[in-house]
Design a protein around this ligand. Structure first.
Ligand code: SF4
Length: 403
């Protein structure tokens, strides 16, 4: 039975394909490449870990020593494959962000007596039914009298809203583990330190909320375990994805992106897409033209009807063709979405003639099946009428702007 963690669950929610490549296929990402945000995060975490770990044994490092440790660790770990994706930012911007974050944190909390640190990088494990959940708490501390704090350090460049944190899953999961481990835990506070902004947030969870969370997580795990297709979900996160080389949605792009222009255009896939796009655009042009021509035809029809009335004829003769004009009275009922349609449908149903005039909408039926909206028994019986076929959909999409 695999072990789940918040980051695994989040990976699946962001992109099921990435989850598959990382945790099921266990593909090793190409060596070396690392986003500078992650690099900065690790360096700052290391400093705070040193600070609190040594505080457990009463050693209080001066700020200067911690900054020196940060500088040494930064230089020691820096490698040429640390990538700065953000335009107009460089290594120094991130380096100084770390210095400022540590300094502000230190000054705000010195002499660090707000609570007693129990451990750093604290492994928490627990079970939801048969599934094991685990995670690492940046810092676990005890305020006294059964009051615990779960601390999480963030170096991200954006601040979340309080309500986001009030529904955050990661620390709430840790709370479940801590409650199980420390039987004296009466109150547990979840604390986020947004170091770049020198801002802190606190939240709590009730027993009822934790119970609901367990249910949600269980349902998500079951969805993951049922998944057969692990669809790639493209988003901005692809820029940081280490598996694009293996991802069916991205690997062709990676394969052709550095080809010289003449080779790029000749590559079979590129030429197929270009040809497809050009035919599709021709179709669109022709459809626009057809629409214009239809408008013209409607106008000619109106003129011909008027002509026939004036001349009191039912046929107008041209060079090779003739126009026959016949008049008869007909009824026009409101179309769907038109006023009166709903009342009409209700009346038809009441009158008991619905079955005589309505037809089965297969597209809607398919949607009900896909959305799993139907009662399972009905769905199963309906599916007995259907033949399972492989349906492949080809869709032309615009590449993202920066590409
Ligand atoms: S490149 Fe994008 S779509 Fe592909 S696995 Fe990574 S995140 Fe998912």
């Amino acid at each position: 039975m695999p072990v789940y963690s918040n980051s695994r669950l989040q990976t699946y929610e962001n992109c099921p394909q990435q989850f598959k490549l990382k945790y099921i296929d266990r593909i090793k990402p190409p060596e070396g490449e690392e986003g500078i945000e992650a690099f900065l995060g690790t360096r700052v975490h290391d400093v705070l870990e040193k600070l609190y770990k040594e505080l457990i044994l009463t050693k209080l490092n001066p700020l200067e020593d911690l900054l020196e440790f940060y500088r040494t660790e930064w230089d020691k770990n820096w490698h040429e494959n640390v990538v700065v994706v953000k335009k107009n930012f460089n290594k120094d911007h991130y380096y100084h962000t770390g210095i400022e974050a540590i300094t502000n944190y230190y000054k705000r909390h010195h002499p660090f007596s707000q609570s007693k640190t129990l451990s750093t990088e604290h492994l928490v494990t627990f079970k939801i039914e048969d599934y094991s959940i685990q995670g690492y708490i940046d810092r676990l501390s005890h305020v006294g009298d059964g009051v615990y704090e779960i601390h999480d350090y963030k170096t991200s460049g954006f601040l979340p809203a309080q309500d986001k944190l009030d529904s955050d899953r990661q620390l709430a999961l840790y709370q479940i583990g801590i409650k199980e481990k420390f039987r004296d835990a009466k109150d547990i506070y979840l604390k986020w330190h947004y170091l770049v902004f020198d801002k802190e947030f606190t939240s709590t969870r009730s027993d009822a909320q934790l119970k609901d969370l367990k249910k949600e997580v269980l349902s998500l795990i079951k969805t993951i375990e049922k998944d057969q297709s692990f669809k790639p979900v493209e988003s901005n996160l692809c820029d940081w994805c280490e598996f694009d080389l293996y991802c069916p949605a991205k690997k062709h792009e990676i394969k052709v992106q550095d080809l010289p222009r003449n080779k790029h255009l000749k590559e079979r896939g590129v030429s197929l897409v270009n040809h497809y796009a050009s035919v599709k655009s021709k179709i669109r042009r022709l459809q626009d033209e057809a629409q214009q021509l239809q408008l013209e035809l409607d106008l000619i029809e109106e003129a011909a009807i008027e002509y026939a009335r004036n001349e009191e004829v039912t046929t107008i003769t041209g060079s090779d063709y003739a126009l026959r004009i016949s008049e008869k009275m007909a009824y026009q009922f409101p179309r769907s979405n038109e006023e009166g349609r709903e009342e009409l449908e209700q009346f038809v149903k009441k009158a008991g003639i619905w079955e005589d005039v309505s037809g089965l909408n297969l597209a809607r039926l398919q949607k009900c099946i896909d959305d799993e909206e139907l009662d399972k028994k009905i769905r199963d019986r309906l599916l007995k009428f259907a033949e399972e076929i492989e349906k492949i959909n080809v869709r032309l999409v615009k590449k993202r702007e920066e590409e």
